[in-house]
Design a protein around this ligand. Structure first.
Ligand SMILES: [Zn+2]
Length: 543
C-alpha cells in the first residue's frame, strides 16, 4: 500500500515542473496587471521575454529574463529557475535553478515555492531536506497552488518531513481534486480504495477514478492500472501504446547517480512493492534465520541494514558510470533514459548476501560489491541497471526477453498456491508474467520459470541458495519440471549463463556481459545471437 502513493509521489515530483511551465504565462501577466497602471520596466522586459519564450526562441528570451530577474521581477526569476531546471536554451544547472526559484519564492510566488519544495525533496541542486521541502510546499499550498496541495498531501502520506497523517493527506488530496487536478482526483480515489484517512469505499473510489480519467489521468504503474481495471468496467489500458514512441526517442548514454542518505535508503526499504507480496513463510525463515518470522519483522530488519556510502564507494560507482557511458558512446549505443538512478548501500543481509539488487528505480549495493574485481563490478553494475530499465520500460523488457524466446503477457500468471508457497522471492523479479515454449516428454508446452530450493531451513546458518534450482511449470499445471527434464531448455534460454532462475535474470546477466565485452566482440559467447540482439536493439533506438 505504501508503495503506491510513494511511487506516485516521485513521479509527480518530476512532472510538477513541467505543467508549471505553461502556468508561467498567466503568472507573468498577473504580475503586470497587479497594482500598477503602467507596468514597470522589469515587467515589460519579462513580457517581451515571455513572448520570445512562447515563440520557442529560448536563447533570445534568456538575456531579457536575466535582466528582468536582476531588477527583481519574480516571474522572470521563476522562469530562469525553470530554464536551468529543464535545460531550455542553457546547460542544465540544478544549483542555479534553486538560486532563481529561491529569489522568486522569497517574494511569495507560489509556483516558485512549489518547485523549490520539489528541489529540496529530490535533493536536486540543494542538499536533500524533507522538512525544507514541506516548508516551501506548504507556503505554495497556502496560496492555493494545486500542485503544491497535491505534493503536500503526499508528504503527509509518506511522513517525509512532517509527521505522517493520513487524514491530512486525504484532506489535501481533496483540495487538489476540487481544483480539477487529475493526480489529486486519482489520489482521492486511492484513499477510498486503500483506506487512507477515510473509510474504505470501492464505489466512491470508482467515482473518483472516473473523474480522474475524465481529467486526463494516465496510470503511472501497473498497480494503478490494476485498480482502474478492477473498478472501471471497460477501461482499456493503452499506456504501452502511448509510451512506445516516447520510449524510442528518449535515449541516453549517461545515467545520473544519486546517493541515498541512510534515512532515504530506509524509506526505500520500507516502500511496499510487489516483491513483498511474494514473500512467503519459507522465504522469511531463510531471511530472518529463524522459524515463524513475519513480513513486518523482515521489513524492519531490511531497513536496519542501510548504511552510509563511503566517499571511495561513491567514486567507484561514478567511475563505473563514466566507463559505461564511454563504452556506449564508443560503440554507438544508447539506453532508454531512466533519469536519475538512486543508489543505496546496505549490508546485504536482507538479500542473502547478494552483491546488488534493485527495487523500483533504486539500485542497492552491498559490501560484497566492494570485494569484486573491476570487471566483475562493472558487469554486476550493468546487470542491476538492466533491472531498472526492464521495470521502467515494458517495450524494452519485451524486446530483451524475446532474445531468449520469452514473451511478456499482459497479466500475471495464476500460479497454483502450492507452488507460490515454495517460490524464493526475488526483488528483481516482481512479475511472473512471461512464458516460453519448451519441449517436455516430446510435447511442446507454454511454460514459466520459478526459483525454488531443496534446502529446508532448520537452524541459523542454513542458506537457501545451496539447494536452489529453476523450476519449469507448464501453464495450467501444477507440475514442476527441472531443467534436465526439458529437452530444449538450453536451446531456448541460450548457453551464456547458468543464472537462469527467471528470464529477467537471464537477460540481466547477458546484458551485463555484453556491455563488458563490447571491445572484444561477441565471438566468445556460446550463444552470440543474444548479445548481438542486445547490440542491435541499443544501436537502433529500439526499432
Ligand atoms: Zn539480477
Amino acid at each position: 500500500m505504501q508503495k503506491l502513493i510513494a511511487l506516485v509521489l516521485s513521479l509527480c515530483m518530476l512532472m510538477s515542473v513541467l505543467p508549471a511551465m505553461a502556468e508561467n504565462a498567466p503568472a507573468a501577466e498577473n504580475e503586470n496587471a497587479a497594482g500598477k497602471e503602467t507596468p514597470d520596466e522589469a515587467a515589460v522586459l519579462a513580457e517581451q521575454a515571455k513572448a520570445l519564450y512562447e515563440a520557442g526562441d529560448y536563447e533570445a528570451a534568456l538575456p531579457l529574463f536575466l535582466k528582468a530577474a536582476e531588477m527583481g521581477n519574480p516571474s522572470a526569476q521563476y522562469a530562469l529557475g525553470l530554464f536551468y531546471d529543464l535545460g531550455l536554451g542553457v546547460q542544465k544547472d540544478a544549483e542555479k535553478a534553486v538560486e532563481y526559484y529561491r529569489l522568486a519564492a522569497d517574494q511569495g510566488l507560489a509556483l516558485a515555492q512549489c518547485n523549490l519544495g520539489v528541489c529540496y525533496y529530490n535533493g536536486n541542486g540543494v542538499e536533500q531536506d524533507y522538512e525544507m521541502a514541506v516548508k516551501y510546499t506548504r507556503l505554495a499550498a497556502d496560496q492555493g497552488d494545486v500542485q503544491a496541495l497535491y505534493n503536500l498531501g503526499n508528504d503527509y502520506f509518506s511522513g517525509r518531513g512532517v509527521e505522517k497523517d493520513y487524514s491530512e493527506a486525504y484532506r489535501l488530496f481533496c483540495l487538489a481534486a476540487e481544483k480539477g487536478n487529475a493526480d489529486g482526483l486519482f489520489a482521492v480515489g486511492e484513499c477510498y480504495y486503500l483506506e487512507i484517512g477515510v473509510e474504505k469505499d470501492l464505489e466512491a473510489a470508482a467515482e473518483w477514478y472516473r473523474k480522474a480519467l475524465d481529467a486526463g489521468f494516465v496510470p503511472r504503474d501497473d498497480e494503478e492500472a490494476a485498480h482502474l481495471k478492477e473498478l472501471i468496467p471497460g477501461w482499456v489500458d493503452n499506456r504501452s501504446a502511448e509510451s512506445a514512441p516516447a520510449e524510442a526517442s528518449a535515449r541516453t548514454t549517461k545515467i545520473e547517480a544519486h546517493f541515498a542518505s541512510v534515512e532515504e535508503g530506509q524509506q526505500l526499504m520500507r516502500n511496499r512493492t510487489l516483491y513483498h507480496e511474494q514473500i512467503n513463510a519459507k522465504n522469511l525463515e531463510f531471511m530472518l534465520q529463524k522459524k515463524g518470522g513475519t513480513l513486518e519483522e523482515f521489513i524492519d530488519y531490511a531497513a536496519e541494514q542501510v548504511q552510509p556510502f563511503e566517499p571511495e564507494e561513491e567514486k567507484r560507482i561514478s567511475d563505473i558510470l563514466a566507463w559505461m557511458q564511454a563504452q556506449m558512446e564508443k560503440h554507438g549505443l544508447a539506453l532508454p533514459d531512466p533519469g536519475t538512478i538512486t543508489f543505496v548501500k546496505s549490508s546485504g543481509k536482507e538479500a542473502a548476501g547478494a552483491a546488488g539488487y534493485t527495487s523500483e528505480g533504486a539500485v542497492f549495493l552491498t559490501p560484497e560489491f566492494n570485494s569484486l574485481t573491476e570487471d566483475q563490478a562493472r558487469e554486476i553494475f550493468v546487470h542491476e541497471i538492466f533491472h531498472c530499465l526492464s521495470r521502467l520500460f515494458p517495450e524494452f523488457r519485451q524486446a530483451m526477453y524475446s532474445l531468449i524466446h520469452f514473451k511478456v503477457l499482459d497479466h500475471d500468471i495464476d500460479i497454483p498456491q502450492e507452488i507460490r508457497d515454495e517460490i524464493m522471492a526475488n526483488p528483481d523479479v516482481e512479475h511472473h508474467n512471461s512464458t516460453a515454449v519448451f519441449t517436455i516428454n516430446g510435447e511442446k508446452k507454454e511454460c514459466y520459470l520459478v526459483f525454488l530450493t531443496d534446502t529446508v531451513f532448520e537452524k541459523p546458518g542454513d542458506i537457501f541458495i545451496n539447494g536452489a534450482y529453476v523450476g519449469i511449470v507448464p501453464i495450467g499445471e501444477s507440475v514442476i519440471y527441472r531443467a534436465d527434464e526439458v529437452e530444449d531448455f538450453w536451446d531456448v534460454i541460450g548457453r551464456n549463463t547458468n543464472y537462469n532462475e527467471d528470464p529477467e535474470e537471464i537477460m540481466a546477466t547477458n546484458f551485463g556481459m555484453t556491455i563488458l565485452r563490447l571491445d572484444d566482440g561477441m565471438e566468445s559467447f556460446k550463444t552470440p545471437e543474444i548479445p548481438e540482439g542486445i547490440i542491435t536493439y541499443l544501436k537502433n533506438g529500439g526499432k
